[in-house]
Write a new protein. Structure first.
Length: 374
């Protein structure tokens, strides 16, 4: 029986033989660390090797020490409004800026409402209209409201409205459709107007074209109409026409003066002066002129029916345009610049063909479209 020492020697020889034949060195395996147990606490002196981890994917988040940048689209920064500098010029207002305007209308009649409607259409939301209609309570209420309102400018259409506007203070007033503004003291530094009479040169040019032999015409008015007569004389003089003026104080005196003046003149220029005109006197003048073969230029187409040769009226569009022109001219001014009353630029003409034929006049080609058959 082989002893224990003999068996150990035999094992060593066998290992040596195997090493010599295969070149394999038998070494004792190194102790492997036990895999960590989930939930177990490692020993203090144990240093487990770190487990291999995948590289982390980049994230849009910034480092903790830096502020995160917003991912939303950047908006343009609004411009700051700077405070006005003392002594600097004020910021200019938009070109379309104009102040509010009050429109005072004397009565609800076509001669006034046609103008006020056109003014309202042009001024749009800036305008507020007050119609008086001869009511004292309405007048007082309208003037009080306008006085304490923000209306900087006022338009007065008709004599009653102009008289009422004269009571205002701190406003700019433009009046129109007023013939006798001088008698009522309506023209001041802050209150001026637009003429009621159609363009004078157009009137006399048409009259001269209708009667090339026209040399002398008469005009009869009440007092204080020297300015309009002077303008008429200037317009007529260029056409070789003399204007003879007479001043009267009543309708009866008007008729008497016309009858005395008739032999000296070829025609009468009849103005709408209600101080010296009445319906009876107008009919008497027209009847007398037809009998005497006198040409009468009238201020209303209705008078063509009773013997007028030519009617000359204003256009409401022209009146409104001149009023607005004066408003714009006065804007920002302490007073209203320009003359007391500015003229109109147009004249609406109609010619009575029957009366022209009776007087032996031929209507020129350029005026035939203006012919009127009574």
């Amino acid at each position: 029986m082989v002893s224990r020492a003999g068996r150990h020697v035999a094992c060593l020889l066998l290992c040596a033989l195997l090493s010599a034949c295969t070149g394999f060195k038998v070494e004792e395996p190194a102790p492997q660390p036990a895999p960590p147990v989930r939930g177990a606490t490692p020993a203090p002196d144990a240093k487990p090797e770190p487990m291999p981890q995948a590289a982390p994917e980049p994230t849009p988040r910034a480092r903790p020490t830096e502020k995160a940048k917003p991912t939303a689209k950047r908006q343009p920064k609004p411009q700051r409004k700077t405070a006005p500098v003392a002594g600097a010029a004020p910021e200019p207002r938009p070109a379309r800026f104009l102040p509010d305007v009050a429109i005072l209308v004397s009565k609800d009649i076509p001669a006034y409402t046609s103008v006020s409607s056109k003014l309202s259409a042009e001024l749009k939301h800036r305008a507020k209209t007050y119609t008086l209609n001869g009511n004292p309570a309405t007048l007082t209420r309208a003037i009080g409201e306008i006085q304490w309102s923000e209306h900087e400018q006022v338009i007065a259409v008709g004599l009653q409205a102009a008289r009422a506007a004269r009571r205002l203070s701190g406003k700019q007033v433009i009046f129109c459709q007023v013939f006798n503004y001088e008698d009522n003291g309506l023209a001041t530094s802050w209150m001026k107007g637009v003429s009621m009479i159609p363009n004078l040169r157009r009137q006399f040019r048409a009259w001269k074209a209708l009667d090339p032999d026209l040399q002398k015409v008469g005009v009869i008015t009440g007092k204080n109409k020297q300015q309009v007569v002077a303008q008429a004389r200037d317009a007529a003089r260029d056409l070789g026409i003399e204007v003879i003026h007479r001043v009267v104080s009543s309708d009866k005196e008007m008729l008497y003066t016309f009858q005395r003046l008739a032999p000296e003149i070829q025609g009468l220029w009849l103005l709408p002066d209600n101080r010296v005109l009445s319906r009876h006197v107008i009919r008497s003048i027209m009847s007398y002129s037809v009998k005497q073969g006198k040409e009468v230029v009238v201020f209303s187409p209705q008078l063509l029916e009773v013997g007028g040769l030519m009617s000359v009226t204003s256009r409401h569009t022209d009146i409104a345009a001149q009023v607005i022109a004066r408003l714009r001219q006065a804007l920002g001014q302490p007073n209203i610049p320009g003359p007391e009353v500015i003229p109109l630029t147009e004249a609406q003409i109609q010619i009575n063909t029957a009366m022209a034929k009776r007087l032996g006049l031929v209507i020129p080609q350029q005026y035939r479209l203006l012919a009127y058959e009574p």
